[in-house]
Design a protein around this ligand. Structure first.
Ligand SMILES: [Zn+2]
Length: 392
């Protein structure tokens, strides 16, 4: 998962807003007479609806082109929407984690689950949700004590959330981005490699005057679950077709958001469990490729990193690159220290820079800041290793 700096968004946001906002406004005017009054009251209370009954312009600007956290912090209702959505969508996966933790550590399940349910509700600001949308059927205290009560609470909020989504789907529609604008968004970042997997090219090309880009726009928060964010530029990630259609699809989890951070500094690839010494020098591929989590164990970074690796099946997918790793190991062995020094002399005399020399030897400049721009850049960088990046 590579960090996407948001400068690509700055290039297109103005044009994007100009083209999308009139469509949202028009759809809202047409559809809002059919919306439940409590939905409209909630929007108005939060300043999302102006006194004229129209959608507030600054809200629409932020909805389309400001970071999601900023949107949530500035418009109270949007913050509640995200808290509620994440709370009702992620419980099943969280529970699986607690189960695994109990099996691993031997924790007594009952008190552990009680504590974790409390943490889960607190981190989704349950007290604020209850203050605005009180439940008659169950209180958070009861929900912490039993899974049955917890599910009742989540079901109740799911009904509220789905009610809002039913309205949102009628005026915030992904189809409002036409084909030409989608291409502009995909090209804005000038990505050449998928930021999710770092193993597939993203290519722009023209056929018969028609522009194509070999990327999908993934909704980081799936539009099926979070329609409010269906058009947010900070929710659209240009990624390879494999990552979008076969791996991530419509799912959502506790994973790194590429607009907030990457995790390339928190993990490293290494060759593990070599079956014989020949495997270590690249003579065969009788080893396992591991993606190690370097974040401090027990930290939230560790958990999110672990969950991202599992979510994208990165360790499993990267096993298909063992031949590539074998070749890197073979080169590392072949370019021993003496030979590297000789090469260094030759390259220096020929006026070849260190980066170009690495490009010749390993197919990558070994520039840490360019890992995301090279296919298998992270894998190459880690396997070649620190000592070799200084050479020739
Ligand atoms: Zn990918």
């Amino acid at each position: 998962m590579m960090y996407l700096k948001d400068k690509g968004i700055a290039l297109i946001e103005e044009d994007y807003r100009k083209r999308i906002i009139p469509d949202i406004k028009k759809a809202f005017v047409q559809e809002s007479p059919g919306f439940p009054p409590d939905f409209l009251v909630a929007l108005a209370k939060s300043g999302i609806l102006a006194s004229s009954g129209a959608l507030d312009d600054s809200f629409l600007d932020a909805l389309l082109s400001r970071p999601i956290e900023e949107l949530a912090a500035k418009w109270h209702w949007a913050g509640m929407y995200l808290d509620m959505g994440r709370m009702v969508c992620c419980y099943g996966r969280e529970r699986e984690k607690w189960k695994a933790a109990c099996a691993k550590t031997g924790h007594a399940r009952r008190p552990y689950y009680r504590e974790k349910r409390r943490e889960y509700l607190d981190c989704h600001h349950i007290d604020a949700l209850m203050a605005e949308y009180p439940l008659r059927t169950v209180m958070p205290q009861q929900a912490c004590g039993s899974d049955r009560e917890m599910l009742i609470l989540l079901k109740a909020y799911e009904a509220v959330f789905e009610g809002w989504n039913g309205c949102l789907r009628r005026f915030v529609k992904y189809e409002m981005i036409d084909a030409g604008l989608k291409i502009q968004v995909k090209q804005a970042f000038r990505l050449e490699v998928c930021p999710y997997c770092n193993r597939q090219y993203i290519t722009s090309f023209q056929v018969s005057g028609k522009q194509h880009v070999t990327a999908d726009l993934d909704h980081f928060y799936p539009q099926s679950l979070f329609p409010l964010l269906a058009l947010s530029l900070y929710n659209l990630v240009p990624v390879c077709l494999v990552c979008n259609r076969m791996v991530k699809k419509d799912s959502f989890g506790n994973i790194w958001n590429p607009y907030r951070a990457g995790f390339s500094d928190l993990v490293h690839f290494e060759v593990d469990d070599p079956q014989n010494v020949q495997a270590l020098v690249g003579s065969n591929d009788e080893f396992i490729l591991k993606l190690k989590n370097d974040a401090p164990e027990g930290s939230s970074e560790f958990e999110v990193t672990e969950s991202t690796i599992r979510f994208f099946g990165l360790e499993e997918i990267y096993q298909s690159h063992k031949q590539f790793v074998r070749e890197l190991l073979h080169k590392k062995h072949a370019y021993n220290e003496t030979y590297l020094r000789q090469l260094q002399d030759i390259f220096q005399k020929a006026g070849v820079s260190m980066a170009d020399a690495n490009l010749i030897l390993y197919g990558f400049e070994m520039d840490k800041d360019r890992i995301g721009e090279r296919i298998l850049g992270k894998l190459t960088y880690d396997i070649v290793g620190d000592s070799r990046r200084q050479h020739p």
